[in-house]
Design a protein around this ligand. Structure first.
Ligand code: KG4
Ligand code: ZN
Length: 368
């Protein structure tokens, strides 16, 4: 079932590009949002540094994009002249990568004389649950979004396309950052989240007592730095000596449990702040974590709400969500009687608050 009415559909498929961090991705979606092809390259070259190196990422995007776009078009059996418009993540994120992806997409759109739609990367995560086929009735607004990734950790009331209210967020590290840092302390590879989850499967989540930062405090802010410090203290007695495998596994499992406990508590508070929500959605890379998903599912069930989390490959950075957010923007503009969106003059921006996204639909305001 499509969310896009006939009049609100673009004349052809959208080609979307994602390059805001260390995933170089391209996807092609039909005007109704069906994924015709998608490719994601998770860049290597960062692991040795234990984190994304912006300059390496930007150069890799530049090297990868032309071939990736060509291959994605071939997968879909399309040529550039079949496209209706082009979209790209234009922020927030690492500016070098954003410039590469946005410039590539704008250049393609200008050469083909079709529109370019700038997409807010966080909004793309927020709207992923509305992709056809993820939630049976298409995730109607309003819903509560938990966005948990390497750079973000927020509870957002999603009232409509462009209408977002931040209910709470992290006061220090993002959840993914905490996973990555703890994984690094445990000597695991990078990115740390998936490696830590794998190790935790062999551990006892109740073996090692750890703090639950902000548990039962009012509101729905998060804090992870105290948890990280507690892990460092547990590891200190070992010095440079190799960690016993079972201890490392128990610590990973206990950390994961502590994160799940605080996130479940914070989400309960966020739901109290948004009584109109009928659906809880988790998005962002950390939403790929099975233990966390299970806990969130329990919270939703206890409160009589539905829970949705996109499939794993749509939780981490990808271009399908970028194409979908662009289609939602297109539809919303059409429904409000606004001109076809075309953002060729909009510049990439490392910071782009979700609260700014309503401006697009205010008549008379041009995005520059
Ligand atoms: O959304 P994402 O792909 O990129 C952005 O940060 O925008 O999220 C990446 C983050 C990384 O911190 C990674 O360690 C974490 O998501 N992550 C996980 C898992 N898979 C990815 N964290 C915990 N468990 C996982 N299975
Ligand atoms: Zn992301």
């Amino acid at each position: 079932m499509s969310h896009l009415s006939a009049t609100a559909q673009p004349p052809g498929p959208v080609l979307a590009i994602e390059s805001s961090c260390d995933e170089t991705a391209c996807a092609i979606l039909s005007p109704t949002g069906a994924c015709l092809a998608q490719r994601v390259v998770s860049q290597d070259g960062h692991a040795d540094f234990g984190g994304v190196v912006p300059e390496i990422a930007a150069r890799a995007h530049l090297a990868l994009l032309p071939g990736l776009v060509e291959a994605t078009l071939a997968d879909a059996g399309l040529s550039t002249t079949d496209l209706g418009f082009v979209a790209a993540s234009t922020g927030p994120g690492l500016i070098g990568g954003l410039i590469v992806g946005t410039s590539f997409a704008k250049g393609l759109a200008l050469a083909l004389d079709i529109p370019f739609v700038a997409v807010n990367h966080v909004e793309a995560h927020a709207l992923t649950a509305r992709l056809p086929g993820i939630v049976p009735d298409g995730a109607p607004f309003p819903y509560l979004l938990l966005l948990v990734s390497g750079g973000h950790c927020q509870c957002i009331a999603v009232d409509g396309v462009g209408h977002y209210r931040k209910l709470g967020g992290t006061i220090d590290d993002a959840a993914g950052e905490a996973f990555d840092k703890v994984a690094k302390m445990l000597g695991l590879g990078w990115p740390g989240g998936p490696a830590l989850e794998k190790l935790a499967q062999q551990g006892n989540p109740n073996a090692i007592p750890l703090p639950r930062p902000l548990l039962r405090r009012p509101g729905c802010d998060f804090s992870f730095s105290g948890l990280k410090t507690a892990i460092a203290q547990k590891l200190a007695p070992f010095g440079q000596a190799p960690l016993p495998h079972q201890f490392a596994a128990d610590l990973a499992a206990s950390f994961q449990q502590a994160v799940a406990d605080v996130v479940a508590d914070r989400i309960n508070h966020a739901l109290d702040m948004m009584p109109q929500a009928r659906l809880l959605v988790a998005a962002g890379g950390v939403a790929a974590n099975t233990a966390l998903r299970t806990r969130l599912e329990e919270v939703a069930q206890q409160r009589g709400l539905r829970f949705a989390a996109p499939p794993l490959k749509l939780c981490t950075d990808n271009a399908v969500m970028v194409g979908w957010a662009a289609l939602e923007t297109w539809r919303e503009s059409a429904e409000r009687g606004l001109p076809t969106p075309n953002n060729t003059t909009l510049r990439p921006r490392p910071r782009w608050p979700l609260e700014d996204m309503a401006q697009r639909f205010e008549p008379g305001l041009t995005q520059a």
